[in-house]
Ligand binder design. Structure first.
Ligand SMILES: *[C@@H]1O[C@H](CO)[C@@H](O)[C@H](O)[C@H]1NC(C)=O
Ligand SMILES: *[C@@H]1O[C@H](CO)[C@@H](O)[C@H](O)[C@H]1NC(C)=O
Ligand SMILES: *[C@@H]1O[C@H](CO)[C@@H](O)[C@H](O)[C@H]1NC(C)=O
Ligand SMILES: *[C@@H]1O[C@H](CO)[C@@H](O)[C@H](O)[C@H]1NC(C)=O
Length: 342
């Protein structure tokens, strides 16, 4: 683990919001390998847990959301439009010994249900921090298949991500010395019937999921500006919030996304030294329980006292931000040349 990813990753949860820290394994994902072979190692390691989580999804979510014939369409569409990623999924499915379609469908369902807190803040000395608490369904079994992926090319790290076994996408990643990105789900967008069919139409046209864009930004961009453009402007299937931190200046933004472009871009500044993003349209004045609590805790801590560790402990690791659905918390500081205060 390199110094810029302040890596103490806590796996949290249980029925009340208690902290349950556990070591988290790291696996190398070699992008030079053929797609089918890239995820073999973590998939083997977590095979049993992957099946447990997949079965939970199918029983509690997928059977209501995705009728059989729709599943076939999603599978075909993914194969047709995103071949390389499809082959990665095929490799994962073969390693655990199941039909690839189940992995593809689980990846789509996954986009609908993530509730999280992401915060950006700038210390007085200019250090930019990006902290994230990740909440999801089936927290207790999902914690068991959580790992850090070190994506490499030519034997060198390209970026790192926090992953769950059984998928090739993720909502949290960082490129050392350059930028970090998290994705939070946007509740304000309506998963009503007409919307659902627009989503389906876009899926069949090959428009990308929010998580695919996130991975592409880390894979294709060398710097913050490139990531900012890609995450702000590329078409995506549903909206979402991309939280992006850079390594210098005021490089820290929350990009609230509609399908075709940004609904709002809010940047950090000297006066506006932190931004909190949960799952509400902060720019439209919506700030419910977890958002209100996080803002109040930032004000209580105060900028003079701000440090990565204090922000983590006093803003994220407290209820209601910390809750029974919390799976992991992570601190990211993209500027690798900055002395860490950890
Ligand atoms: C998590 O994994 C461990 C060992 O792999 C297992 O003993 C435990 O039952 C699992 N927990 C859940 C909630 O599945
Ligand atoms: C969601 O859709 C329902 C029914 O179409 C509508 O009544 C509701 O106002 C919508 N909510 C938002 C936030 O657009
Ligand atoms: C984004 O929202 C903020 C309020 O949080 C507002 O001040 C700003 O003008 C908005 N920016 C854009 C580009 O819409
Ligand atoms: C902030 O720092 C001051 C003194 O440096 C201290 O008295 C106060 O308790 C700190 N507040 C928090 C919330 O850590």
């Amino acid at each position: 683990m390199q110094k810029s990813l302040l890596a103490s990753l806590l796996l949290l949860g249980l029925t009340s919001a208690q902290i349950d820290p556990r070591p988290i394994p790291t696996f190398t994902i070699n992008l030079d390998l053929p797609p089918r072979a890239r995820f073999t190692e973590p998939t083997k390691h977590f095979a049993e847990g992957i099946i447990t989580v997949l079965e939970w999804y199918e029983k509690n979510l997928i059977q209501y959301l995705v009728p059989e014939n729709l599943g076939v369409m999603l599978d075909y569409s993914f194969w047709y439009n995103h071949r390389e990623y499809y082959l990665e999924m095929e490799g994962i499915a073969q390693t655990v010994g199941i039909d690839t379609k189940r992995i593809v469908i689980a990846n789509f369902a996954y986009e609908l249900v993530a509730y999280c807190t992401s915060v950006l803040a700038k210390q007085k000395d200019g250090l930019i921090m990006h902290l994230r608490l990740y909440d999801f369904l089936a927290a207790d079994i999902t914690k068991n298949i959580t790992y850090i992926a070190d994506y490499q090319k030519g034997g060198k790290t390209v970026f790192r991500a926090v992953m769950n076994g059984g998928t090739n996408f993720f909502p949290t990643g960082m490129k050392d010395g350059a930028f970090s990105i998290t994705l939070n789900q946007r509740n304000a967008l309506n998963h009503s019937q007409p919307e659902f069919f627009v989503n389906l139409g876009l899926i069949s046209l090959g428009v990308k999921q929010t998580v695919i864009k996130l991975r592409e930004a880390l894979q294709q961009c060398e710097d913050y500006t490139c990531a900012l453009n890609l995450l702000s402007n590329d078409k995506i299937i549903t909206g979402g919030y991309y939280i992006l931190a850079g390594a210098k200046g005021d490089e820290a933004v929350v990009i609230s996304r509609n399908r075709d472009g940004p609904a709002n871009v809010t940047q950090i500044s000297e006066e506006h030294w932190y931004v909190v993003q949960t799952n509400d349209d902060h720019f439209a004045g919506v700030c419910r329980e977890r958002c209100t609590a996080a803002r109040a805790n930032f004000e209580k801590l105060g900028r003079d006292n701000l440090s990565v560790q204090k922000a983590f402990e006093q803003i994220l690791m407290v209820e209601p931000n910390l809750n029974a659905g919390s799976i992991y918390g992570i601190k990211m500081v993209p500027s690798s040349n900055h002395p860490s205060d950890m």
